[in-house]
Design a protein around this ligand. Structure first.
Ligand code: GLN
Length: 245
């Protein structure tokens, strides 16, 4: 294995888009790096901050209610979207959860009918059918690469993938992108979008290491990730598998 390694993570809008504890994903990435002696460097960017596409190995953005999304959408397009798209095209890893996932598509039509233009990184669009329509809420289990990813979801928006988009997973129980097509999330190059809160990564160590591996391979050319003590994570994953949707 090469000498000391570093992972540079940029967390977008950490206070505005942190619904349902999505910050737990950053904590997990930090833990899974430091437990392996990998230096974890975190940069937080919010309204008005520019993003340097050379500055990050992994970009994270969490979920939010429609109100915060409205504030963020304008800033995202004005100060960060082009640079984030450049980073994604250069295979920087991106994880976007729920509200962020929606804003990295082509547009998000809110429950009010107001349409927020998205960053256009993912070929998808999202429509919220209105406050009186049932929200897609509950525990969710999806099948990913022969394994399971567990968590919970709480979104009004229904996301539809376009022809250039590839889903992340198929729904085993729960709703996923829209509650009708059996798909969950999206993958484009090393960029991932998902509705799964939980937060997502603590209970899904295999998926967390998958993202770490992609980022470290891109940066160092090697992604040797020594096994770490995942007994608690594995127990939590198993417990989540037994929950009712
Ligand atoms: N406001 C969006 C929706 O209701 C996203 C919610 C979220 O991030 N949990 O679909």
């Amino acid at each position: 294995m090469s000498g000391s390694r570093t992972l540079r993570v940029t967390h977008l809008y950490p206070r505005l888009m942190n619904i349902y504890g999505d910050r737990g994903n950053i904590m997990t990435l930090r833990h899974r790096c430091e437990a392996r002696g990998i230096t974890f460097e975190l940069t937080e960017l919010s309204i008005g901050d520019a993003f340097d596409p050379q500055s990050a190995d992994l970009i994270f953005a969490g979920g939010a209610q429609d109100r915060e999304q409205r504030n963020v959408a304008q800033d995202l397009l004005a100060t960060k979207a082009d640079a984030i798209r450049e980073a994604v095209e250069a295979d920087v890893v991106l994880l976007a959860v729920c509200g962020a996932y929606q804003l990295f598509g082509r547009f998000y039509r809110e429950s009010t009918g107001v349409e927020l233009a998205g960053a256009g990184i993912f070929d998808l669009h999202t429509e919220h059918p209105g406050e009186k329509t049932k929200r897609l809420i509950g525990n969710i289990v999806v099948n990913w690469e022969g394994q399971t990813i567990v968590g919970f979801e709480n979104h009004g928006g229904r996301t539809h993938l376009g022809p250039a988009a590839r889903s992340l997973a198929s729904v085993r129980s729960g709703n996923g992108n829209n509650g009708t097509d059996g798909l969950e999330g999206v993958v484009y190059r090393n960029a991932y979008g998902t509705y799964i809160h939980g937060s997502l990564l603590p209970k899904n160590p295999a998926f967390a290491d998958h993202l770490l591996g992609l980022a470290l391979t891109r940066r160092n050319g090697d992604a040797e990730l020594a096994p770490i003590d995942d007994r608690a994570e594995t127990r939590a994953h198993a417990a989540a598998l037994s929950l009712k949707p």
